[in-house]
Write a protein that binds this ligand. Structure first.
Ligand SMILES: O=C(NCCCOCn1ccc2cnccc21)c1cc(-c2ccc(F)cc2)cc(O)c1O
Ligand SMILES: [Mg+2]
Length: 214
């Protein structure tokens, strides 16, 4: 039967990227998505904004909601200091299987823990299951109607501390209006918008960076 798009994306990585070279993995995926098949990776333009925010925060403990094929996982993990850890959550088992292999091809498996399942099930278990106190940086890129409830859930589970940075993808396209209204109006967040474009297109999209104030 016909292969899936994530399988074809992984083949492109294994054909064109150098094992252990995260930048070549990023470039191979961007080339595949621009010239072969669009896929919902954050992409190179928004990816550069992600890079700058991660570098500024220099986090020890990172949570990513929405792994997909591991593109943003690789972008983040390649910037982390030794000993820093990234937990990435993926609901779709087929995507997770591809992402594991992309992360290994990039040579970043020691920094990344990929967990399969739903955010609402895993967020309440982060502390006891992973020995996490609080996260320094959270990247939201999963179901757009889960950004707000999961942010409230992370607050309630004590997973955010004064200064934790939340960075949300797709705040314009597909859009997360309830989440935007919350982080922009809540006295518990300092929020700012980074205008950009939907991955590999000319459509507007952007990232919202929100600092939890406690
Ligand atoms: O839908 C998108 N992402 C989400 C995937 C499922 O995530 C499910 N999922 C992953 C962990 C996880 C944990 N718990 C529950 C659900 C959980 C998404 C969609 C688009 C997009 C934009 C325009 C279009 F015309 C079509 C698509 C762009 C993006 O950048 C996206 O990120
Ligand atoms: Mg996205």
């Amino acid at each position: 039967t016909r292969s899936t798009r994530p399988q074809r994306l992984l083949k492109a990585v294994q054909k064109h990227a150098t094992r252990g070279d995260p930048q070549s993995v990023i470039s191979a995926i961007d080339h595949f998505c621009r010239h072969s098949e669009w896929a919902m990776n954050i992409g190179d333009e928004k990816g550069s904004i992600l890079d700058s925010v991660v570098s500024e925060v220099n986090p020890e403990k990172v949570l990513e909601l929405g792994t997909y094929c591991g593109y943003s996982t690789v972008r983040i993990a390649r910037l982390l200091p030794p000993g820093a850890r990234l937990i990435t959550l993926e609901f779709n088992a087929d995507y997770a299987a591809i992402a594991r292999q992309v992360i290994i091809w990039a040579g970043l498996e020691d920094k990344v823990q990929l967990v399969e399942g739903a955010s609402e099930d895993w967020i309440p278990r982060m502390k006891e299951h992973f020995g996490i106190e609080t996260f320094d940086f959270v990247f939201l890129d999963h179901w757009k109607d889960r950004y707000l409830p999961d942010t409230k859930l992370m607050e309630d589970c004590g997973l955010l501390r004064k200064g934790t940075v939340l960075l949300a993808d797709n705040v314009i396209c597909p859009g997360v209006p309830d989440y935007l209204a919350y982080v922009r109006n809540s006295l518990s967040y300092k929020s700012c918008y980074f205008k950009s474009h939907l991955e590999y297109t000319k459509a507007e999209d952007g990232l919202e960076k929100s600092v939890f104030l406690g």
